[in-house]
Structures are given as structure tokens and as C-alpha cells.
Design a binder for this molecule. Sequence first.
Ligand code: GLN
Length: 222
Amino acid sequence: MKIGVVTFPGTLDDVDAQRAVRIGGNEAVALWHGDHDLQGVDAVVLPGGFSYGDYLRCGAISRFSPVMTEVVAAAEKGMPVLGICNGFQILCESHLLPGALIRNDHRKFVCRDQVLRIENNRTAWTSAYAENQEITVVLKNGEGSYVADEATLEMLEGEGRVVARYLEVNPNGSLRDIAGITNERGNVVGLMPHPEHAIEELCGPGTEGLGFFTSLVESTFA
Ligand SMILES: NC(=O)CC[C@H](N)C(=O)O
């Protein structure tokens, strides 16, 4: 599959995401924030970083990039989109996912290996995992605390749309330990931790993040 990886001014993890896409058996296509078309890709990854310097709120400016008009339109038609960390923030700002990411409750940037439970393996990006599989990946953010109103949280829980939950430690004050969510259709996933940094034994905490990049090959969304 051809997976586009978008670079915004200030993006940090686009090259790692492209590498993860390739190691996952897909072709990586570099997309730019100013692009007006998606070059025929089958799916898009919005990678982590500090797009537009995190001004206003993380992701608040990127949401208005030309490429996001295309990504939102394609996602609404069912194209798989994965937002990692800053990408998750952009997806919430774009209203492709509900809720928001706000400053960590302890007010410090956090960087650690984080254990997660994959609670929904029926999405385009998580089908390679077993239900409730526990994985360890990297977490690094300043504004990673997931918040939503009670009704939205109940809806997400009731519809099984919590994709991943923090285990052992809640690193940022996210409500209900939420680390990642999906939209109703399961094609759009936002995840605060970074699976693209856990794909090779040589660096990072093992290879348990790779499933996010191999799922699409087998997925019914493909
Ligand atoms: N690793 C990231 O993508 C960081 C996202 C964002 N800049 C934050 O600090 O929360």
C-alpha cells in the first residue's frame, strides 16, 4: 500500500514514520503541508513533532494547511488516517476525532517507555494486534492529556472507540487513561504515544509498535 506521511513546518518524526511505513511492508510517499493533492496514496500518517512551533495550541494552525483539506475529505470517505502525538492533536483540531489534548497535568514534558493496552483491534491501524495485547512504545509530549466531556467519554467507551489505554502509569493526566481513540468507522486513529519509535531492536523499546504499520496490509479498510 502507498502511505503518505505529511511534513508540516516543525514536524519532527516524519522520517521515522516513513521508515516504519517501509519496514511495515508499504511504500512511503512524502507529502508536504502545502500540497493540494494526496498523490494517489491509500492512507495517510500525520507524524509527531512541533508543527508551527505549537503556537496557539498544538495542531491548531496545522489544521488549516492545504493538505489537511484533502486529508479531511479523504478520511470522511473512509481513507485510513493515523495521527501520532502531534498528529493526534491535529486530528482533534480538525474535528476528525472528538475531544482535545491539553497540557500534561504535571506541566512538564514527559519522555518515557510506556506500556499500553490495545483495546480495539478492529481499526485500520490495529488489526495486527490481539485484543487487549499489551505493548511498550515511546511516549514524548508536553500536551498529551486527553480530555472530553462526560457524554463524549461515555460514547467512546460504549462504542469501543478507545483504541489504546495507558497501563501502570498515567503519564499526562489523560481522562480514563486514554492513549488513543478512533472515529465511528475505524479508519481514523489518533494515538499519543509513538509506535514508529518501537519498530527495531537496535533502538527504542523493542518492536511492538510495528503492528500499526503492518495492520493496513491485511485490513478490510485497504
Ligand atoms: N512528540 C510530539 O509529537 C509532541 C507533540 C506536541 N508538540 C507536544 O509537545 O505535546
